[in-house]
Design a protein around this ligand. Sequence first.
Ligand SMILES: Nc1ncnc2c1ncn2[C@@H]1O[C@H](COP(=O)(O)OP(=O)(O)OP(=O)(O)O)[C@@H](O)[C@H]1O
Ligand SMILES: [Mg+2]
Ligand SMILES: [Zn+2]
Length: 238
Amino acid sequence: MEDIAGAGGAPLPLAYCAKEMMPALLMSFCGRDTLKQHLSRGASCGGFSLEHVLSLALRVTERLQDLHRAGFVHCDLKANNVTLRLDAERNVESVHIIDFGLSARVWKRREPRQRPRNKPWCCDCRYNGSPLLPECDLPGLGMILRSLFRDRDDVPRRLADLAERCSSPSHRGRPALETVRRCLAAAPSAKRPREDEDEDEDEDEDEAAGVAEGTLAQAPESKRARGDAEQGARILAH
Ligand SMILES: Nc1ncnc2c1ncn2[C@@H]1O[C@H](COP(=O)(O)OP(=O)(O)OP(=O)(O)O)[C@@H](O)[C@H]1O
Ligand SMILES: [Mg+2]
Ligand SMILES: [Zn+2]
């Protein structure tokens, strides 16, 4: 965790106790709700807007990209290993990937062993001795996206298909994380600037011209709550 140094919103280790009978790790707080809890609470309150769901999905992909760029594969990505910090109005302040017990540096290999049946979010590489690569986290992301999209009929077909393809058995059958991000950001429900925040059109065009491959992911996650969808719309236009 020290090496991960907060990438992907990971908790920061603060202190530990190595006592054999009572090992303990003190780490920074990454929010009270897991994504799984947030979604079930949302479902019990009539469901979230598509915009909220897409924004959450995009923010998870941003955190994952962050982690991969730091050189780590999570290897256990699922909705209860993602937490959210909410503000007083219950808006999502930040998104965090947690639980790094199975994570590894990119290219590390694990001892081959039998694959358990009940872990569809885990890539085969974790069990067959292949090197662990960022693609290994795509099945977990796919499961998260499918839980975000569950029971909705307003999710664009292309996005639903991408979520399925994330779980392809082979790396080659999975989309690139950046492709998932672009598709999420460009979805038709993309939030437009509010009228009172309308930006200068020339400025918009200049900015759009500068949005190249990869730059979508570089803004800090915490600043992105509103900007995600708008940037995506600009990318699509170019
Ligand atoms: N840094 C943190 N900030 C806030 N909550 C946390 C943090 N770390 C853990 N939690 C909470 O504790 C729960 C269990 O933690 P963690 O996922 O690390 O353990 P686990 O036993 O490996 O869980 P699982 O097997 O379900 O993945 C998380 O789902 C989350 O609710
Ligand atoms: Mg966990
Ligand atoms: Zn893999």
